[in-house]
Design a protein around this ligand. Structure first.
Ligand SMILES: Nc1ncnc2c1ncn2[C@@H]1O[C@H](COP(=O)(O)OP(=O)(O)O)[C@@H](O)[C@H]1O
Ligand SMILES: Cc1cn([C@H]2C[C@H](O)[C@@H](COP(=O)(O)OP(=O)(O)O)O2)c(=O)[nH]c1=O
Length: 265
């Protein structure tokens, strides 16, 4: 196994944040670079020292569920966990934000309107919350555990972009996190999601805002995505998810598949 990360998350953040947040008027080395070069520079900084193996080795699969608030992610994650465990696949369920860590507690206070934070700051906290779990995530996958992850970097980018931050800025601190093998997007209209239980308790649970989030999710789709109609009955959604995920889990655990990095070109 080759070395994956030579930076601590704090270093990664201070580098990305400095490079992104510095006003053009300040005399900072990246200031004179064009926007696209800045992005490339950040990509190099963030990913230098991050390498993945070229030979595909058997490992666990990284499965991400995404979607609007109340699209059914938690329900389906729990069902998928039971399904994979029942088939004998070592599997864990993770979720972001991970509200257990100290960063996660700051996020939780913000989401429940107990604290106020600048939009950029909360974005970086969400990202830091993923970086603090990155090495454990890699270790679990390489030792054969499949991870089902309830929300990941796509939530980070879609929700912050919906507030008006630039997509490129939002993606930058996510570069170098592990790329999922499958992203299952639970597709539902914001209006239908709002009719489901518990809606309206947290900061982002407003229909107009969720409409914007849905639009930004669309721009993030890539070949790893499968869109699932989340308006169908729970059992139907469950079956569709199982088909997609089982293929991935089998491929990763038997043939093996290289681990890729998110948004690194
Ligand atoms: N396919 C479905 N049809 C109807 N209600 C659903 C469906 N999936 C989930 N629900 C209900 O919607 C609510 C939100 O589901 P949840 O899984 O917590 O969503 P999320 O984790 O995406 O916020 C819960 O009350 C859940 O029982
Ligand atoms: C992971 C993540 C979530 N979020 C938002 C999405 C949710 O509105 C909120 C909390 O996520 P979550 O607890 O998963 O909410 P829900 O169960 O209702 O889907 O945080 C971000 O804004 N950025 C992120 O990086």
């Amino acid at each position: 196994m080759k070395r994956i990360c030579s930076f601590s998350s704090v270093q990664l953040f201070s580098r990305s944040f400095r490079a992104l947040a510095v006003p053009r008027s300040l005399n900072y080395p990246v200031q004179s670079l064009k926007r696209s070069s800045v992005r490339m520079e950040i990509g190099r900084n963030l990913t230098s020292g991050l390498t993945t193996e070229s030979i595909a080795k058997p490992r666990g699969a990284l499965i991400v569920l995404e979607g609007l608030d109340r699209s059914g992610k938690s329900t389906q994650c729990a069902k998928l966990l039971a399904f994979l465990k029942g088939l004998g696949h070592p599997t864990e369920l993770w979720r972001f934000p991970d509200r257990e860590t100290s960063v996660g507690q700051m996020i939780s206070a913000y989401l429940s309107n107990k604290s106020q934070l600048d939009d950029h700051t909360i974005h970086l906290l969400f990202s830091a919350n993923r970086w603090e779990k990155r090495s454990l995530m890699e270790e679990k996958l390489r030792t054969g555990t499949t991870l089902i992850v309830d929300r990941y970097s796509y939530s980070g980018v879609a929700f912050s972009s919906a507030k008006g931050l630039s997509i490129d800025w939002c993606k930058a601190p996510e570069i170098g996190l592990l790329a999922p093998d499958s992203v299952l997007y639970l597709d539902i209209s914001p209006e239908r999601a709002a009719e489901r239980g518990g809606y309206g308790d947290e900061r982002y649970e407003r229909v107009e805002f969720q409409k914007k989030v849905a639009n930004f999710y669309q721009t993030l789709r890539d070949s790893s995505w499968k869109v699932i109609d989340a308006g169908e009955a729970m059992e139907e959604v469950e079956k569709k998810i199982q088909e997609v995920v089982l293929d991935q889990v089998k491929e990763c655990s038997t043939k093996g598949k290289p681990l890729n990095l998110l948004w690194s070109s």
